[in-house]
Design a protein around this ligand. Structure first.
Ligand code: ARG
Length: 585
């Protein structure tokens, strides 16, 4: 809000001088010197053929007198702006009074967010960790900034893993009841699935006959044949229950619990549209769509950061039907876009929060949808590809024996490590609290990196109660709560006096502008860092001022209000990041 106000004043001043052009203001890059700065005069001077330094002075002289700011020209032609004492008080009060702490809504688009993406019948693993973390935070960010957001978990439930799992269960004699009517109906358990899928998945790589049969079973499920489809539904139910539990623990909430299978009736519709437009052709018995464009180089996903980037050309065709008529990953994604545009409609954007290594898949899917007009031309289809979560060795995070880690193990690890930490601080075991802290640590450790970058999962570092961590932010809010509880006093007029208080206000203003940055970058790192900066500005203030024992009642009341303001700004940011604040820690 401050930046906009200063921009307005400078714009009016330049218009008075009949100077046309954009005036923009940013936070100062030299905070010791001033609070805000404008570098726009260079361009304005160039456009109007004037000496930049002279023009800067003329503009500053023409600024409408104000008690909130001071303006100063610095060579060669910067305008430096400082908030006055009155300015600080004015904006502190405005932030305090505003329900949203001064954060403005900036968009009213309707958006569908596709994140989560867990696979039915397969154990949830670490690869499905970043999507719910990032997706949940982006959803909350978009909503907070005024958008209508619908979240869909889009379960992977219509692929080969179903045929593989069922066939393996069958061969292990677990499905006799359904095929020969022998014995009692078996109770399908998670343990059975967790055993069957990895076994089958390994087998398909070495046993071609088994793979062919699994394809056949998958097709039977997709064709909803008895009893294949009925067994599948039971498997799905067991799996989904587990997925709901884990996503719930991570604080990811979905409006729609749909999966690939829910778009089934749109598969043929989509294929019909594509065929009618003459976009598809048959290749080796499969239905494919050529999506390559002239001269493009497609980066081949790297296996590690230090590998050289290789390219292939052109983009391979999207395969929409297998040799045996079965649907594939791209098919269900295209059908799902058709379903969303038919049943929900009015979507300005559809965004996918999925591993960056699936980039080519989304390029293919999006191109087919645009070519076939399954997605209207003004609808944005966006893949937000996140980087890999690596272990300390810089390779994708695995167990010591080299297996992928199950999500359940990660969650237990978070609880254990957070409990240890709490114990060393003299807090007795409390699962809920440990989960809140552990999840916060992991989320902040994740979200404070640019979304596209790989990062190292270092739980010990993430769990520290000091520094740029989730627990530190939680701890800061708890500390404020405890002071407010002890003070048992209403706040009063905010009167910003010390540098520490000024820093708090500046950091709230910075935090406020970081929402828009996060929105534009589709990455929450800026918001995370700005939250940390505010928490740390608060700590400095707190360490240098006695609040509870302050004798001057007026001062004390101002401190209390300032604390409430910091609490509101921080909780608001943590809520967007989907980080819960415990009562105590
Ligand atoms: N199930 C997929 C996987 O495990 C992720 C799904 C992402 N969403 C999508 N619409 N393709 O890789």
């Amino acid at each position: 809000m401050v930046r906009k106000e200063i921009e307005k004043l400078l714009k009016q001043a330049s218009e008075k001088l009949s100077i046309d052009g954009q005036v923009s203001v940013s936070f100062s890059s030299l905070p010791g010197l001033c609070d805000y700065q404008s570098n726009s005069v260079f361009a304005l001077a160039k456009a109007s053929g004037q000496n930049p330094y002279d023009l800067a002075n003329k503009i500053v002289e023409a600024v409408e007198p104000t008690e909130l700011f001071t303006f100063e020209v610095a060579r060669p032609a910067f305008i430096n702006i400082k908030l006055t004492q009155k300015g600080y008080n004015h904006f502190a009060e405005a932030l305090f009074k505003d329900k949203r702490c001064g954060v403005k809504k900036i968009s009213n688009q309707k958006v569908l967010l596709d994140y989560g993406g867990a696979n039915v019948a397969k154990a949830l693993h670490v690869g499905h960790l970043r999507s719910p973390i990032i997706g949940e935070a982006l959803k909350r960010l978009y909503k907070f900034l005024g958008e209508e957001v619908i979240s869909d978990v889009h379960l992977g439930d219509w692929g080969l893993q179903m045929g593989l799992t069922e066939l393996q269960l069958y061969e292990d004699g677990k499905l006799d009841y359904y095929f020969s009517g022998k014995g009692a109906e078996p109770k399908l358990t998670l343990e059975m699935l967790n055993e069957a899928y990895p076994k089958a998945s390994a087998r398909k790589n070495v046993d071609e006959e088994f793979k062919r049969k699994a394809d056949e079973w998958t097709l039977k499920i997709q064709n909803k044949e008895k009893p294949y489809y009925q067994i599948y539904q039971k498997i799905r139910e067991v799996s989904v229950k587990e997925i709901k539990k884990h996503y719930g623990e991570l604080g990811a909430e979905f409006d729609l619990w749909l999966g690939e299978s829910d778009a089934d009736e749109y598969i043929n519709k989509a294929l019909g549209i594509i065929e009618n437009k003459g976009l598809s052709r048959i290749s080796d018995g499969a239905v494919v769509v050529d999506v390559a464009v002239e001269g493009e180089n497609i980066p081949i996903p790297k296996k590690s950061e230090d590998e050289v980037q290789r390219y292939k050309n052109p983009m391979p065709p999207a395969i929409l039907k297998k040799y045996n008529g079965g649907a594939l990953y791209a098919t269900t994604d295209i059908a799902t876009i058709l379903m969303r545009n038919t049943e929900i409609g009015g979507l300005n954007r559809i965004e996918y929060i999925v591993d960056a290594r699936q980039k080519n898949h989304f390029v293919q899917v999006f191109r087919v949808c645009k070519m076939a007009e399954i997605s209207p031309s003004d609808q944005e289809l966006i893949h937000i590809g996140y980087g890999t979560m690596n272990g300390s060795d810089g390779k994708p995070f695995k167990t010591r024996s080299g297996d992928t880690i199950k999500l359940e193990d990660i969650i237990n690890m978070l609880i254990d490590k957070a409990s240890e930490k709490l114990k060393s601080n003299g807090v007795e075991y409390d699962r809920k609290l440990a989960l809140q802290i552990g999840v916060a640590a992991m989320k902040f450790g994740d979200l404070s990196n640019n979304v596209g970058k790989d990062y190292v999962f270092d739980l010990d570092k993430f769990l520290s109660f000091e520094g740029k961590t989730g627990p530190y932010l939680q701890y800061t809010v708890c500390r404020i709560n405890s002071v407010l509880n002890k003070a048992q006093a209403e706040g009063g007029q905010i009167n910003i006096e010390s540098d520490e208080e000024k820093e708090i206000i500046k950091n709230i203003l910075k935090l406020n502008s970081s929402y828009e940055i996060a929105y534009k970058e589709k990455s929450l790192n800026n918001l995370c860092l700005a939250s940390y900066d505010l928490a740390s500005a608060f700590s400095t203030f707190y360490n240098n001022h006695k609040i509870l024992t302050e004798k001057d009642e007026r001062k004390k009341a101002s401190y209390i209000s300032l604390l409430k303001l910091v609490k509101k700004a921080l909780t608001q940011a943590l809520d967007v990041l989907a980080i819960e604040v415990p009562e105590k820690m």
